[in-house]
Every structure is written in structure tokens, then in C-alpha cells.
Design a protein around this ligand. Structure first.
Ligand code: SF4
Length: 657
């Protein structure tokens, strides 16, 4: 294994020969370099995409802070090198190394991958290989690091079960410390890999796939999942934190321009809106908010520590934050006269948003994005995102009136019950928006329609439905291209091949692991990048392993089917999801569950935690005494879950950057 000095010496010879060498040198402001020899547990945190994207990842930043606050542990970072750098590294025998100390990844005790989306899977294999670590868990021995992973893609970890030793299900802030304790104890005792993995498998929220055996039916669906070690959880229920810990403030300041040169402060976690297609909204429940003062103080500390001139206030639905107006007011006061722009991704608009727009005028950056997702009442009812056209028109008109010349609208096509009329309505709505915008702001107004394609994700009410076919997706996209020819309307879409890949990987079972391995061997990597798309390599990998991709995507699931991810629980009950799916088929929508709890399963799973944390920080009902989750259950079946038309008109569209 090369030592850091040897790695640095080789880097010096090559860095000027690759594109953007600043990606590979480290030494950024706020990076943490600890004394390697005096620190007991060493963790490499890896974002398996390029530095320019990964360096701003908030999830890894939180873990970086949590670990580095401990005296007995250090966290360093690594990212996927771009192919030019990878080629040189392989030629010169440079293993993947950490940016902080330039230690090879093989020298760490633990390597933690962030997997927010599935198209990072082949990069994960490539990184392990480039680090000189056996790609398959089964081939690793006592001297190799333990490979863990977490993030939204771990909602269905099965396709990656052969490569990752242990998955963290849910939030990592607390469980990372328990993992570090296990690793430290076993390292001190000289315990072997097996012993360490068994101890990890006993931690709540940690899934070690090798201790679970999947059985299949003759038709290829899952018959059941058996635990091979006594005392480990089945299902593995996600971890959450009762209160969000203080947000990190010492953000890394990259030496090069990256995608997000900004401070990000998470204002709340979770979402109560219940959009049926939204996996994040389902798996990040319950909603927990930070206080306004904590957010403002963190924002100030972070801006001072970095010199960044942009602040992003993050959440899945920012205007649902209970004190959003107060927050914006305080941010405006705090940064009055200072050069700072604020972005509020995923801000839902109602009347208060006009107010917000006015307040943000001095500091707001970028354009506005509304996400109506659908353009007919029928589709809006199906997906449980009801935003009347008039609401969208009024909101966009106000945005244009206030001087913003461009608005972005996000739509989604591809739900199995969608017709071409539903798609055509998208184009008609876009034309209305631009026409109304011209009335208040003239011919300069622009519209960007971003049209993605629906993937029925695990742990959502749509997990039973199939994915649209390639031909149908293409026909719908062609219709939009024909209809949206106004030169001030820009249309962007997702290629069907990308949608299908995401669907295979997110809905797959353990057999997909061999497909991923072969696809990587066939040269796939950077699957999230258009220029690296290699669909044929994926199709060849399916053929090689005798699997039909359509089995995973174009098949309506049986109502009683056991899904490959059923032994992983986001604490939202399958029955609740199925009930919601049935309501979707009937065109019924559900209100924001802050107004009416639908007993999704969160409270029974975390009753003690909620009882110990009463009050308004959580948006779920309080739990008064042991075993009581009354507010969550009592209203179910009363019909209250079906929203009235008056209530519908009070629903808010989404706006953000
Ligand atoms: S327990 Fe009730 S309020 Fe809490 S997330 Fe579930 S449905 Fe919403």
C-alpha cells in the first residue's frame, strides 16, 4: 500500500495533466486534518460522483461534523475521479485516496458511501476497485475496511447487497456513533471482520445483508426473507433522531468553482403533504422543525466561516415550515446591507408566498420553480398533489410582475393511468402561464418546462404499479415537443433509457447485483451523466444473467406480493400505503397530515420518542401515555381523509429555486 508521501509524489507528476486538478488536492478551508497516528477510528466518507457535485452534499457534511467532533475518530473525504484522472491513476498505480491526509482508502477502518440515488451504484463499485478493495463483500477479509452505505437509495438496498457490508437505514446522526463504538471496540480487541459485522447487525437501523436469506417463488417474486443470525431485526426499521442536532456551519470552501457554492441550512426534515409519487416524503417522516433562532444563528456562523454569498434554506417543502415568514424576516434583518442571496428550494406558494416574495426581493437568488407535476384534475387527484390551474397562473403572474423574467415548471409524465390528453394539458398550461405573464411583464417573459418521467419507487403508495413503456414515454415527449414550440418556452425531459435504468435499480431484488456487476465490468459508470449512458451494456448484463428487465418495471404487482424491500421499513406501514394506493385509484385525495393524522405507522414505531419529545417540533400528534397513539388512529375510516373542494383550493403550489 502506498503511503501518503508516495501518493503525493505521484500526484505531483500528474495533476497538471488532468482536467480541473483542484478536484483532487484537498486543503480547502474548513477541511479537518487530524493526527492520523493518534486517532483510534478512521472513516472515509465517499460521495460516488465527481467532487464538483459531492463536495456540497449536506448529508455527508453532517456526518463529517459528527465524526470529527469526537476525539477518538476522524473523518476524511473522497469522491469519484473523472475518467481522465481515473485513467492516469490506474496507469500510475495510484489508489483512491482521501483528500485530507492522502491516505489510501484501504488504510481506513470504515468507508461510508452516500447513496442518495441509484445511478451511483456502478461508480460505487468502480471506487472500491480503484481503491484496491475487493468489490464483493464476500471477498473481503479482516484487513479490509468495513463498507457501509446510507441514503435514500438504501430504502431498497437489495441490488447492492453483494457489495456493501452494512446499510444504515434512515438517519445517521445517532447511529454513526454506535457504529464507531462497535468498530473501535472490535479494533482494540483485535476482533475479526465477522465478529464486527455481527455486532453491527445487532444495532437498530443497521442492515447487514449477509445475515438475511431471500427465498423466491417459482415466478421469480420473493417468497420470504429469513434471518440467519439470532436476535437481529426483521424487518429492519429505520433510525430517526428525536430532535435535529445543531446544523453544521463549517462548510468546506472548494478551491474551484462547483455546482453549489453556498451554505445550506436544513430548516426542517420530513414532509406531511403525502404526494403519492414522492419517496422522500414517505421515508423521511415525521416532520421535525428547527427553531428560527437556531437557523438564523447557524446561517450567520456558516456565512462567516465560509465567505459564501448564497444561503440555501433546505427542506422538502420550505413554506410548510411553521415560521417561514418570521424566518425570512429575521434573515433579511440579520444580513441587511450584506451581499447574500437566499434560495428556498421547494417553497410552496399560497397567499403568504406573495408576502414572502416581497420580503425576499432583496436577497432572493435565481429563478422560481413551481412543481405542479400534473395539469389535469384527474391526474392531480391520482398523485395527491392538487394545485388548481388558477393558483398556478396567479402565482406565476405575481412572480413575473415582481421582475423575475423566468419561471420553471416541473411536471411528471408516465403514470400508467395517464392519457395523451393529460399530457397535452401540460402544454396548454405552459402556454397559459406565458401568455398571462406577457400581460404583466411583456414579451421578455420566459418559461422552462422540466418534464421528468414517473418511477414508482419502493415504500410509496405507487410501489404496486408498473413503469410506462419506452414507446409510450417517447410518444408523450414527442407530443410535448410538438405543442411547445414558443421560442420563450424551453422544454427539457428525461430520456426513457435513464428512467428505465433508475426503475430497474430502485425496484430490483438481490439478483440485480450480478447485473450491476456485469454492467460495471462492461464499462458503465457515471450513469447519472448523459454522456456516459450505456444502455446496451445494461441490457447485455440482463441477458448474461437470464433476467428480464421488464420483470422489474413493466409488471403490475400482485396486491399480496412480497416486495424485495419489505424487510426494510421506513416505519410507514405497507397497509397504509396500500390504502392510499386504493384511494388514488378512486381519485380520492388526502389532506396534509398535519391537519388530519392518517396513522401511517410513524407514531407506533416511535411512540416513546414522541412521548419524550412533546410539543410542536414534531408535526405528528402527541402521545400521552405508554401504548397510546390515539390521535393517529381515531380519525381513520371516518371519511375525513377525503378532502373537500374548498379545502382543495387552499392547497399550495410549490415554488423554489
Ligand atoms: S403519524 Fe400521522 S401526522 Fe405523523 S407522519 Fe404519519 S400520518 Fe402524518
Amino acid at each position: 500500500m502506498l503511503n501518503p508521501e508516495q501518493i503525493e509524489a505521484r500526484l505531483e507528476q500528474i495533476l497538471l495533466k488532468v482536467e480541473r486538478p483542484g478536484r483532487y488536492v484537498g486543503g480547502e478551508i474548513n477541511s479537518v486534518v487530524k493526527d492520523w497516528s493518534r486517532t483510534a477510528v478512521k472513516v472515509a466518507l465517499v460521495f460516488p460522483d465527481i467532487y464538483d457535485i459531492g463536495v456540497s452534499n449536506v448529508g455527508l457534511k453532517i456526518l463529517y461534523d459528527q465524526i470529527n467532533q469526537r476525539e477518538d475518530a476522524l473523518a476524511e473525504r473522497a469522491y469519484a475521479p473523472w475518467p481522465d484522472m481515473e485513467a492516469v491513476m490506474r496507469t500510475r498505480g495510484i489508489p483512491l485516496y482521501s483528500l485530507e491526509s492522502k491516505h489510501a482508502l484501504t488504510g481506513f477502518d470504515l468507508i461510508g458511501f452516500s447513496l442518495p440515488y441509484e445511478t451511483l451504484y456502478t461508480n460505487t463499485l468502480n471506487i472500491l476497485d480503484l481503491a484496491g478493495i475487493p468489490v464483493r463483500s464476500a471477498d473481503r477479509g479482516d484487513t479490509h475496511p468495513i463498507i457501509i452505505a446510507g441514503g435514500h437509495a438504501a430504502t431498497n438496498p437489495e441490488p447492492m447487497h453483494a457489495f456493501i457490508d452494512a446499510f444504515v437505514i434512515g438517519e445517521g446522526e445517532e447511529v454513526i456513533h454506535e457504529i464507531l463504538e462497535v468498530v473501535k471496540r472490535h479494533k482494540t480487541q483485535g476482533a475479526g471482520r465477522e465478529e464486527t459485522l455481527i455486532a453491527l447487525a445487532h444495532l437498530r437501523g443497521v442492515y447487514v445483508p449477509k445475515y438475511y436469506q431471500v427465498h423466491y417463488m417459482d415466478d421469480g417474486t420473493v417468497a420470504g426473507v429469513e434471518t440467519l443470525v439470532e436476535g437481529i431485526a426483521n424487518p429492519v426499521i429505520k433510525r430517526i433522531v428525536a430532535q435535529l442536532p445543531p446544523p453544521p456551519t463549517r462548510f468546506i470552501v472548494p478551491n474551484i468553482d462547483v455546482v453549489h457554492n453556498r451554505v445550506s441550512v436544513e430548516i426542517m426534515r420530513g414532509c406531511t403533504r403525502g404526494c403519492r409519487f414522492c419517496q422522500a416524503g414517505m421515508i423521511t417522516r415525521p416532520v421535525r422543525e428547527r427553531s428560527v433562532d437556531e437557523i438564523v444563528e447557524a446561517a450567520e456562523a456558516a456565512v462567516n466561516a465560509t465567505g459564501f454569498e448564497e444561503l440555501a434554506l433546505l427542506s422538502l417543502s420550505s413554506s410548510d415550515f411553521s415560521y417561514v415568514v418570521e424566518l425570512v424576516n429575521k434573515i433579511s434583518e440579520k444580513f441587511k446591507g450584506r451581499k447574500l442571496t437566499v434560495s428556498l428550494p421547494s417553497l410552496r406558494i399560497e397567499s403568504v408566498s406573495i408576502d414572502l416574495m416581497d420580503k425576499l426581493r432583496e436577497h432572493y437568488s435565481g429563478g422560481f420553480t413551481l412543481a405542479p407535476e400534473a395539469a389535469t384534475e384527474r391526474m392531480r387527484r391520482i398523485i395527491n398533489k392538487f394545485i388548481p390551474d388558477e393558483e398556478i397562473i396567479n402565482t406565476t403572474r405575481e412572480i413575473y410582475r415582481r421582475g423575475w423574467t423566468s419561471v420553471k415548471l416541473y411536471f411528471m409524465i408516465g403514470h400508467p393511468s395517464e392519457t395523451l390528453d393529460d399530457v397535452k394539458a401540460i402544454a396548454e398550461l405552459c402556454k397559459r402561464v406565458i401568455s398571462e405573464g406577457r400581460k404583466v411583464a411583456g414579451m421578455k417573459v420566459k418559461l422552462h418546462a422540466g418534464v421528468s418521467t414517473f418511477v414508482p419507487k419502493p415504500q410509496t403508495p405507487f410501489q404496486w404499479v408498473s413503469v410506462d413503456t419506452r414507446e409510450s414515454i417517447l410518444a408523450k415527449q414527442e407530443l410535448l415537443k410538438q405543442e411547445l414550440r414558443d421560442r420563450n418556452i424551453k422544454l427539457s425531459w428525461v430520456e426513457p433509457e435513464d428512467t428505465l435504468l433508475e426503475a430497474w435499480l430502485s425496484r430490483g431484488d438481490r439478483r440485480l447485483a450480478e447485473v450491476i456487476f456485469s454492467a460495471w465490468k462492461n464499462g458503465t459508470k457515471f450513469d447519472a451523466w448523459n454522456e456516459h449512458r450505456k444502455t446496451q451494456a445494461w441490457l447485455d448484463a440482463f441477458v448474461e444473467h437470464g433476467l428480464d428487465p421488464a420483470f422489474y418495471t413493466h409488471r403490475q404487482r400482485r396486491t399480496d406480493e412480497i416486495f424485495p424491500w419489505d424487510h426494510i421499513s421506513a416505519a410507514v406501514r405497507k397497509n397504509f400505503l396500500f390504502q392510499d394506493f386504493r384511494q388514488s385509484l378512486e381519485g380520492k385525495i388526502r389532506v396534509d397530515c398535519r391537519l388530519n393524522c392518517f396513522a401511517c405507522g410513524i407514531l407506533p414505531a416511535f411512540a416513546n420518542m414522541r412521548r419524550e419529545n412533546p410539543g410542536e417540533t414534531w408535526k405528528c400528534p402527541e402521545v400521552k401515555s405508554p401504548g397510546t397513539v390515539k390521535p393517529a388512529i381515531s380519525r381513520i375510516g371516518t371519511g375525513e381523509e377525503v378532502i373537500s373542494d374548498t379545502a382543495i383550493s387552499n392547497q399550495l403550489p410549490v415554488i423554489g429555486d
